[in-house]
Design a protein around this ligand. Structure first.
Ligand SMILES: C[S@@+](CC[C@H](N)C(=O)[O-])C[C@H]1O[C@@H](n2cnc3c(N)ncnc32)[C@H](O)[C@@H]1O
Length: 305
């Protein structure tokens, strides 16, 4: 599958916060390159802007290398194939000759490319092996490992905590039952188990019963909440005076972490202030063009100049 062109969520709103007219040579960091939409918008906002990008997905990285060349941006952007938790260390290793960044952006979670690449196992729309790792080169457990190796309570907790799934216990019990006869390896098998764990009248509701379990597994496989919570405080020293950190989240669990981290940081450092009292959300028009943006929330903090 060629790389799905990604509709960049809240792009104008991000630019409004990150592009500051009086800054002639801004240096940005985009910690979630994906299809590169935000990175390229930042590069286009100013002919001397530079960007250091990150993506842990090997496909996003190799596609990124190609489109950076194709768009003629090779001299102003580079991309690192790593988890953004490693960003502070990797940045320092690069010795770019800068102290920090004028803007840092995170557009969290998986991209539409992940859902569209059926073989990656993120979606139950078609059958595939249960993988769900964003970094397919890592030795981390896949969704298959987790579904087959964890005990009933651990599974129920994952579905409840990361998916807010109310039938988490019934689903976990059914998985344990199925596992007795064979290993569960396919997205369709898991989808089927969840479907039949739901009470009959609820099976055909929307969203599809498997949605929350798949979300929960994906978050767990990629340790999404853990790396987010851990990295935010480490980004503060990497902001230049006047620099801003902008984070886009897609569900309440992530947004809660960003909101609380920002509050704590603003309380701890008197040179940090929160620019978004309420999170910025997409316009009706954006939601109409890109349904996935409906749950997006943008929060921004600034290091005072
Ligand atoms: C929503 S997409 C970003 C889309 C991008 N802003 C654009 O405009 O095309 C999120 C991307 O971040 C990457 N990603 C998510 N978590 C990551 C992490 N912890 N470290 C590095 N990359 C991560 C994913 O692989 C995915 O490509």
């Amino acid at each position: 599958l060629s790389y799905t062109s990604h509709y960049s969520v809240l792009k104008d709103e991000c630019l409004e916060f990150l592009v500051q007219e009086d800054n002639k040579n801004p240096y940005y960091a985009d910690l979630t390159f994906g299809g590169g939409g935000h990175s390229f918008a930042l590069l286009e906002s100013n002919q001397s802007a530079r960007v250091l990008s990150v993506d842990q997905d090997p496909e996003a990285y190799s596609n990124g290398i190609q489109i950076i060349k194709k768009n003629g941006f090779s001299d102003r952007i580079q991309i690192l194939p790593t988890n953004f938790i490693n960003f502070p260390i990797e940045f320092r290793k690069l010795n770019l000759g800068i102290e920090g960044f004028d803007g840092i952006l995170m557009d969290l979670g998986v991209s539409s490319h992940h859902f569209d690449s059926i073989e990656r196992g993120f979606s139950f729309r078609a059958n595939a092996r249960l993988d769900m790792r964003m970094n397919t080169n890592s030795s981390d457990d896949t969704a298959e490992d987790i579904i087959n190796d964890l005990d009933e309570k651990e599974l129920a907790d994952i579905f409840y905590q990361y998916g807010e799934e109310r039938y988490s216990r019934r689903i976990a019990a059914r998985i344990i039952e199925e596992r007795k006869s064979k290993r569960i390896t396919q997205t369709s098998e898991l989808e089927n188990i969840v479907f039949h764990s739901y009470p009959k009248p609820k099976r055909h509701g929307r969203p599809h019963p498997a949605t929350r379990v798949f979300q929960a597994l994906r978050i767990y496989v990629n340790k999404e909440l853990l790396v987010l919570e851990e990295v935010i405080p480490q980004l503060i020293p990497l902001l230049n005076p006047g620099g801003r950190l902008a984070i886009i989240t897609f569900h309440s669990l992530e947004d809660r972490i960003v909101k609380h981290s920002f509050k704590n940081i603003a309380g701890e450092y008197n040179n940090i202030r929160i620019l978004t009292k309420k999170p910025i959300i997409p316009t009706e028009e954006e939601i109409h063009h890109n349904f996935r943006s409906r749950s997006a929330k943008l929060r921004v903090i600034e290091k005072k100049a």
